[in-house]
Design a protein around this ligand. Sequence first.
Ligand SMILES: C[S@@+](CC[C@H](N)C(=O)[O-])C[C@H]1O[C@@H](n2cnc3c(N)ncnc32)[C@H](O)[C@@H]1O
Length: 200
Amino acid sequence: MTARDFPNWEALYQEKPVETMPWFNPSLDADVEHALLTLDLSTGEALDLGTGPGTQAMALAERGFRVTATDLSATAIRQAAAKATEQGLSISFRQDDILNSHLDQSFDLILDRGCFHVLPPDSRSIYVQTVANLLKPKRYLLLKCFSQQETREAGPYRFTPEEIQQIFSERFQLRSVEQTVYQGTLDPLPKAVFCILEKQ
Ligand SMILES: C[S@@+](CC[C@H](N)C(=O)[O-])C[C@H]1O[C@@H](n2cnc3c(N)ncnc32)[C@H](O)[C@@H]1O
C-alpha cells in the first residue's frame, strides 16, 4: 500500500476557511441521518471524532444528542466552538488526538466521518482499541471513509467492505456497509463506504 500525504491539520485550519475544505458539509451527512433512523437513535452521549468544521457535531446536538466533539487541530476546535455558540448549541469541544486520547467518558454513539481514513495504516489497531474502549457495550460506531472504488489519485486511504470487516473484527461486529459518496465540496463527490459497527 502506498503511503499517502496529508496536510498539517493545524496549519490547514489556520490558513483556509472551513467552507472551502473538501469535506465541508453544512448539514448532517445523509447516511448518518438514515442510520439514526434505522437504529432508532435520537438521544444519548455522542462523540464526533475528528470534527473539523463541527457541522456534524452541531447537527447531532440539534437532534437531541449530548455531544462531545474532538479534533487534532486546536484551531478547528476553537472555530467550531465559536459557531456552535453563535447557534446557541451546547457542545463540549476538545482538542484531542484519537491515537493518544485523553477522553475519559464513554459514549452511546461515535461518529467518524473522515478521520479514520487519514490515519497511518500502522495506527489502525490503536484506533480500533481506543474507539471500542470509548463506546458503551453494544453501541455503535458510524464510520464513513473513502471506498476502494474511488479513482482520484490524491486523498485519503481507501477501503473495501472486507478490509473494514477485518480491521475492526477484534472489537466490533460489522452490522452494515454501503457503497455511497462523501458529501462535500468536490465534484464529482468521492466514492465512499458507510459502515455501522457494533461494539461486541
Ligand atoms: C476529512 S476531515 C473530516 C472533518 C469532519 N469529520 C467533517 O466531516 O467535516 C478529517 C479530520 O480529522 C482530523 N484528524 C486528523 N488526525 C486526527 C487525529 N489523530 N485525532 C483527531 N482528529 C484527527 C483532522 O484535523 C480533520 O479535521
